[in-house]
Design a binder for this molecule. Sequence first.
Ligand code: TYD
Ligand code: MG
Length: 449
Amino acid sequence: MSKAKTIYSCQECGATSPKWLGKCPDCGSWNTFVEEIFVGVATPTSRANALEAPSIGAVGSIEGKRASSGVSSFDRILGGGLVPGSIILVGGDPGIGKSTLLTEVAGKVAEQGSRALYISGEESASQIKLRAERLGAIHDGFMLASTNDLSEALCYISGSTPDLVIIDSIQTIGSEDLDSATGSVSQVRHCATALHAVAKSGDAAVILVGHVTKDGAIAGPKVLEHLVDTVLYFEGEGHGRLRALRATKNRFGATNEIALFEMSETGLHPVENPSGALLAERMADAPGSAVFPAIEGTRPLLVEVQALVTPNYTNNPRRTVTGVDYNRAMLVLSVIEKRGGLRLGSHDVFINVVGGLQIREPAADLAIFLAVVSSHKDVPLPSDLVAFGEIGLTGEIRSVSAAELRLSEAARMGFKRAAVSQNLKKSQSVQGMKLGAFRSVSDALGLFS
Ligand code: TYD
Ligand code: MG
């Protein structure tokens, strides 16, 4: 039995309520509730036959089924290639390169003899063709359709028998069956489900492009993220040349795996040596710069953490943090005051990770600490030094995972010294690196004397 009823749903987070609400109790947004018709789901009453689930060994594996997208770094962050029947969301700011990357992927898939269907709700077919020509992506199996209508898109999918379907973007496809506007949470959810169902029945993989709202979330994020198998997110400054694509959710591989691309006249090209590219413009002898060997997914990556500490002449010192977690940065600043004995109350503090990367690891604490102190004291850190370690509230420096991997990447890039937690001292010289092992942040201040 199913019956239709009216519900109200938040266009921001997807929360529902039987009554209209001014403020969403879940996400706190104002004026986001919109009336929708909810078609109830039929409940199973009885089954004629009992079902026996198969033993785990008898369940088929997906590994043999993965297909290469033809773009090796894209395959890598997916966990080894496109899984037929899976659904992937690619998010990122406007102009960051979503359409560019996916046009390249469609071209490479077609070049390998498979069929890729690119459905655009934003650009006309001739606009996409123009881009595809520039990217060298014109191949027979690359099929193009331009529509904003869900049923038309579904017809294209069932009629074109693709191996890969790209929807650019999910917010520009709408169904006439729903009253709400194209791009609303219910439309996005409905269209994504319908597109996936049709693609899956033909064993095609689906890539949805998702727009990003002003505050950096994919529009209708909760709804889409739960629905898809994999979420890939473009990081980076739109105006810079480097773009990082990160897997934030992956049912078929590791999360946080990152691929670095460079935007050029001829499209997005994978960066062969990511650490080298990120450190290329570093001024090694400048105060306020520290190098942090990060682990992104399974791979190490050297990033430069920069800090600028300047006197503030008002009563309201500024704290501007980009690229690292704001709360962690504030914790590090408090530790600097309390355990390091430096006064930052009358100073503005700016912290930035070069290249627009988002570093979420607490292992970055020590590098943040050293960059801030270095700027405050106006004394540069040794140019061949990397630093990693988590800082605790009592000022202790804690050891972190994958130390060897971090050290070997630093050694590969020509660094000679590492500031680390004391617990690492056992392994003395790893890969020819000299370790300065510190128990606490007050010990680490010795680097400046
Ligand atoms: P685009 O991929 O359309 O971004 P999105 O789909 O994420 O909104 O375009 C990204 C930007 O890159 C755009 O400003 C034009 C530029 N660009 C290049 O520099 N080289 C190229 O080969 C292409 C296709 C685009
Ligand atoms: Mg686009």
